[in-house]
Write a protein that binds this ligand. Structure first.
Ligand code: TRP
Length: 361
């Protein structure tokens, strides 16, 4: 069976390093592996609108930002289809029919929706569209018959719910849809990169994110102000490595070669950590090292980005072509689904013939 990837992001802001290590980097590896027959990467603007209905301008401007982020990290439009969710009408149609296969109680149990609803303080103002977005996400995935969804662990409940919808649909109407599996990043630190303040997650509202598109000065400033160990006051003090954001980032980003290149007096990360724990290693030194490590990672990304920035119309052409190719696939799945659901009246000559006979013979 063909291996097909679908994944995506809500265009509510620029993508940050959490997105990068948690998902984007892995996508590029998967793309470059050649193990997949098709790859679809979705800019999920319709989903973003489910809790931003009053702010379409924000979603509109961030489509380009997310597209530039994708292209700059190495997503290659020749090998991966980048598409815009709202421009794929079949998704809305599929969602409409999937709604009949999901109960309100089941949606209420979705832990990701539950915590998002809480975070946004919706209570009785919860938009139906937001509440039901797992159903539309199931449409995103199944329209492309995706077998693999590489994404963060917070998306696990969505994939589970998609699998349930697929089973229910296939049981009810016949085998049309494909059950996807989730593919998590195998690196533990990468699953949830904290913000520069050491808080659980990077977020725009907390102002604790480092963005893929940040310039070197900004990255430097953000790293220099990073949360470390508050009890590590003097250089000679022993320091804590757990919960120390600089070390968490080093866990996520540093590679063995970085030591030879930027910090030859240490042989490896454990060596550096041991010294920090013992005392005698200052925060400035580890921060400068982290800046070098991040720059090693980010400078080729920035270079690629600046090329794409020179031709914004070209970026939109990429999105348009990716969306057109995606529409072909989604339309064909929709046609199959409608046939299975017996709502293909005009395409079903057998139906017309048999009723013709019934009435006229
Ligand atoms: N819900 C995802 C997020 O918040 C975005 C998304 C939309 C998605 N459709 C998808 C992810 C389909 C994977 C597959 O990041």
């Amino acid at each position: 069976m063909a291996e097909i990837i679908l994944t995506g992001d809500r265009p509510t802001g620029k993508l940050h390093l959490g997105h990068y290590v948690g998902s984007l980097k892995q996508r590029v590896v998967l793309q470059d592996s050649g193990d997949f027959d098709k790859i679809f990467i979705m800019i999920a603007d319709a989903q973003a609108l489910t809790d931003n209905a009053d702010n379409p301008e924000k979603i509109r401007t961030n489509i380009l930002e997310v597209a530039l982020d994708y292209l700059s990290v190495g997503i290659d439009p020749d090998r991966s289809n980048i598409l815009i969710q709202s421009q794929i009408p079949a998704l809305a149609e599929l969602s409409f029919y999937y709604m009949n296969l999901v109960t309100v109680a089941r949606l209420q149990r979705n832990p990701t929706v539950k915590s998002e609803v809480e975070m946004r303080g919706f209570s009785s103002n919860l938009p139906v569209g937001f509440f039901a977005y797992p159903i539309s996400q199931a449409a995103d995935i199944t329209a492309f018959k995706a077998t693999v969804v590489p994404t963060g662990e917070d998306q696990e409940p969505m994939i589970e719910q998609t699998r349930e919808i697929v089973r229910k649909f296939n049981q009810t109407y016949g085998e049309v849809l494909v059950e996807p599996r989730i593919l998590l990043s195998d690196n533990k630190v990468c699953k949830r990169l904290p913000g520069t303040d050491g808080k659980a997650k990077m977020s725009k509202s907390l102002g604790n994110g480092i963005y893929i598109s940040d310039d070197p000065e900004t990255v430097k400033k953000k790293v220099m102000s990073m949360y470390t160990d508050p009890d590590h006051i003097q250089v000679s003090d022993p320091g804590k490595v757990e919960g120390n954001t600089v070390f968490t980032y080093l866990d996520a980003f540093s590679v063995p070669d970085d030591f030879g290149e930027f910090l030859p007096e240490y042989s490896c990360l454990d060596d550096l950590k041991d010294h920090y724990k013992k005392g005698g290693l200052g925060d400035v030194k580890i921060k400068k090292f982290l800046i070098n490590v991040l720059e090693r990672e980010l400078s080729p990304i920035r270079k690629r980005r600046s090329e794409f920035e020179k031709d914004i119309a070209g970026v939109y052409d990429i999105l348009k072509a990716g969306t057109a190719a995606a529409n072909k696939v989604a339309d064909s799945t929709l046609a199959e689904a409608k046939e299975a659901m017996k709502i293909n009246y005009f395409d079903d000559s057998a139906l017309i013939r048999s009723q013709e006979e019934m009435y006229n013979n």
